[in-house]
Write a protein that binds this ligand. Structure first.
Ligand SMILES: NC(=O)c1ccc[n+]([C@@H]2O[C@H](COP(=O)([O-])OP(=O)(O)OC[C@H]3O[C@@H](n4cnc5c(N)ncnc54)[C@H](OP(=O)(O)O)[C@@H]3O)[C@@H](O)[C@H]2O)c1
Length: 308
């Protein structure tokens, strides 16, 4: 009998599985995407624009958003629209979403791809650990604020760009800002990705019967700019050593197109994908009791429904 890995370890071999593709078009669909100015999100925006979707992005750099907007115009003939927000400032995130809501009666696809990895602890102006704020709280707030619009636009799809890094865990609800523990970069990253997964199961329950699906994906281990903020030594390690083991980021864009458009996923919701293959997340990220608690904390930390 051939040896088979237990479900929670299958991610080790899943990255070698063949990927699924779709030729499904997205004409008439509007996609709101974050993190589109680089890496995974950039590829996602390009692939979706090629498939015919109109792209609206929330980016922190107007210069990069402007350049991408023009690039997308050269692909689809329509400029991508954008709003500016730094995801370390949740008030800016809220304003950007409100502006999108005011301008777009329908949004059919929401892709939360913006993310960071820090090897050292940093805090936002509000005192939140930065990776938790950018990777989890901002995507949580955007999803929360967009929920009714996604329902009004059904059939619609939400995709959380998560990571196999959730397996590093690091989530301690009594120490979200790492005041009581020495900061570990992979732990901080794992905490944010775990929180995003835990809250996704809650969103999935809220969306049952609405025609809106929500899924999470690991976008592959691909060449991108993530981690470039961690100094020259880390950049050397990333670009001279790790780079050789990473794949081309196009596979992530292709996978985002598949998850956004493929007819066979029309009813699929509340799943975790390793690129395009469904996978079992780590047990700690499926703790529904903890998830309900993290959802409540995330509401409080993002001041939802709140004001500015
Ligand atoms: N690359 C991988 O192998 C890999 C593996 C697993 C998961 N992921 C996930 O994939 C997602 C995208 O990462 P990536 O690899 O594409 O990294 P990337 O190339 O560094 O892209 C990150 C994107 O997030 C944006 N961003 C970062 N901080 C922000 C902030 N404070 N406010 C607003 N936007 C901000 C960046 O904007 P700028 O262009 O202005 O910097 C960029 O558009 C992340 O969620 C990451 O955790 C990546």
């Amino acid at each position: 009998m051939a040896f088979e890995l237990p479900d929670e370890l299958k991610f080790i071999t899943n990255s070698r599985l063949p990927q699924k593709h779709t030729a499904a078009g997205l004409d008439g669909k509007i996609c709101l995407i974050t993190g589109a100015t680089s890496g995974v999100g950039y590829q996602g925006a390009i692939y979706l624009a090629r498939a015919g979707a109109r792209i609206v992005m929330i980016a922190r750099s107007a210069e990069k958003a402007e350049a991408l907007s023009e690039e997308i115009r050269s692909i689809s003939g329509v400029r991508a629209d954008y709003r500016i927000a730094d995801f370390t400032r949740l008030g800016e995130v809220r304003s950007a979403v409100e502006s999108v809501l005011a301008a777009y009666p329908k949004i059919h696809i929401l892709i939360n791809s913006a993310g960071v990895h820090f090897t050292h602890r940093t805090l936002t102006e509000a005192g939140y650990e930065t990776v938790f704020c950018v990777n989890h709280l901002a995507s949580f707030l955007i999803t929360r604020l967009m929920l009714d619009r996604m329902i009004d636009s059904a059939p619609s799809r939400i995709i959380q760009v998560n990571s196999e890094g959730h397996r590093f865990n690091g989530l301690n609800v009594n120490d979200l800002n790492w005041e009581k523990r020495p900061y570990i970069g992979l732990g901080g990253y794992g905490a944010a990705k775990t929180a995003q997964l835990l809250t996704m199961w809650e969103f999935n329950d809220m969306l049952k019967g609405t025609g809106v699906t929500i899924n999470a994906m690991h976008p592959g281990a691909v060449r991108s700019n993530i981690g470039n903020n961690n100094g020259a030594f880390y950049r050397f390690y990333l670009h001279k050593i790790l780079w050789h083991f990473l794949k081309e980021p196009e596979i992530a864009g292709d996978a985002l197109h598949y998850l956004s458009a493929s007819p066979e996923l029309a009813e699929t919701s509340g799943k975790f994908f390793n690129l395009t293959n469904e996978e079992v997340p780590a047990p700690h990220a499926m703790n529904r009791t903890l998830g309900k608690f993290v959802f409540e904390i995330s509401d409080k930390m993002t001041n939802y429904p709140g004001g500015k």
